[in-house]
Design a protein around this ligand. Structure first.
Ligand SMILES: Nc1ncnc2c1ncn2[C@@H]1O[C@H](COP(=O)(O)OP(=O)(O)OP(=O)(O)O)[C@@H](O)[C@H]1O
Length: 387
């Protein structure tokens, strides 16, 4: 079962919201409703978040991210649609039950650390537990542990203003972790931090996530951050989710020009993986290596390859091997079987412009010469899934 599920969620502010939803269902857009004095903050949002996933909602200011997040934790009631948390319909719960779910199972981490200045770091980290009514000794134990997890051991008795911005944000994270909530909702949590500290926090979150396997919904307006963190990313525009997919889906097959325009600044070599750009092994069979050997079998390819990598290896790690040899890098699965090849020319080709929504990875003419030996019918490139 999905941990979290949004089903056709709408949030309309202003007069006659139900009527506005019907108009939206009939194809009206935000601007048409604005003329009636209503704001369609979220329009028909549907997605699922699986346990242990980081689900990122990315969009510019005003696209509806915060409104969506507030519906996910029940702070805002949807105008239409449902939110299911572990299969339980949050929108149908009585206020008391909803408060219970919110205080025990869901934790929020905000952009502005929301720390109490007159409480110690430890008491700040323990705040969520205090709200839950957890006895003092247990509170201290769990908050101390959470501070250790976020690298703040030794700072328990300090005041928030003695900490740097990044450290204060870690206290916010420790507060969320101490409650043992299954679901973390993070609203632009790292946006106020300096770039280097922000990157450090992203790394730390990924590191923590490997161990704790929480389910996280992370809101950001920064596509690079979305791509570093997100197992799946929802791109929002004017209240609608315009693309839902992995970082690679978004980079390789952006749903429209709007999404593509965001991808211009993304370092493709760190997001794309060998698995997404590789060609099938048969495309190099029959060709001759630098040393003059004919490639006939997967073993030949593996023996000649300047490096053997896994499908999840970022493309950036292929540059070294490709620069030292004209032979293709071999890509293997978890059992060491050859599943693909990356010739150097292919590597350069895929780092070019993002593809148009109508193109598929198979039809890039520039790639064909690099790897084809089948007369141009199929370059064997693995299709990247679109959602
Ligand atoms: N309580 C409200 N009443 C009326 N309109 C609202 C309300 N809350 C949000 N809106 C409007 O809904 C739209 C979406 O706002 P929202 O805050 O969800 O966007 P956002 O993507 O989170 O933006 P930001 O990054 O600036 O917070 C905006 O046009 C906003 O003005």
């Amino acid at each position: 079962m999905s941990r979290l599920q949004a089903e056709n969620l709408y949030k309309v502010f202003g007069r006659r919201p139900d009527q506005a939803v019907r108009k939206l269902e009939d194809g009206a857009d935000r601007d048409e409703l604005r003329a009636d004095g209503t704001t369609a903050a979220v329009i028909d949002a549907s997605f699922t978040v699986e346990p242990g996933q980081i689900f990122v909602v990315m969009g510019l200011s005003g696209s509806g991210k915060s409104t969506l997040l507030r519906m996910l934790n029940g702070l805002l009631e949807p105008t239409a649609g449902r939110v299911l948390f572990d299969g339980q319909d949050l929108t149908a719960l009585a206020p008391r039950e909803l408060r219970h779910v919110r205080s025990t199972k869901i934790s929020m981490v905000f952009q502005h650390f929301a720390l109490f200045p007159h409480r110690s770091v430890l008491d700040n980290a323990a705040y969520g537990l205090e709200v839950q009514g957890v006895p003092k000794a247990e509170r201290i134990e769990r908050a101390t542990e959470a501070l250790q997890l976020t690298g703040l051991a030794g700072w328990e008795n300090s005041w928030p203003d003695e900490l740097s911005g990044g450290m204060q944000q870690r206290v916010g994270l420790a507060r969320a972790l101490a409650t043992d909530a299954d679901l973390l909702l993070m609203d632009e949590s790292f946006s106020a931090l300096d770039p280097l500290i922000r990157r450090d926090m992203q790394d730390q979150l990924l590191e923590l996530q490997k161990r704790l396997k929480k389910t996280i919904v992370f809101i950001t307006h920064d596509l690079n951050e979305a791509m570093r963190l997100g197992d799946r990313i929802a791109v929002m525009r004017d209240g609608r989710i315009v693309q839902l997919g992995t970082a690679e889906d978004i980079l390789v097959t952006p749903a429209n020009d709007y999404v593509a325009s965001f991808t211009q600044d993304v370092d493709r070599s760190r997001v794309l993986t060998a698995g997404a750009i590789m060609a099938e092994p048969h495309t190099v069979m029959g060709s001759t290596t630098e040393a003059g050997t004919e490639l006939r079998t997967p073993q030949d390819v593996l023996a000649a390859a300047p490096a053997t990598v896994e499908e999840s290896t970022p493309v950036i790690e292929l540059f070294g091997p490709c620069s030292t040899s004209a032979d293709p890098v071999a890509v293997t699965d978890g059992k060491g079987r050859l599943v693909g090849v990356v010739p150097g020319s292919r590597l350069l080709a895929v780092l070019g412009d993002p593809m148009k929504p109508t193109e598929s990875p198979q039809v890039k003419a520039s790639d064909n010469d690099a790897v084809q030996n089948d007369g141009g019918k199929n370059d064997g490139v693995k299709k990247v899934a679109r959602v």
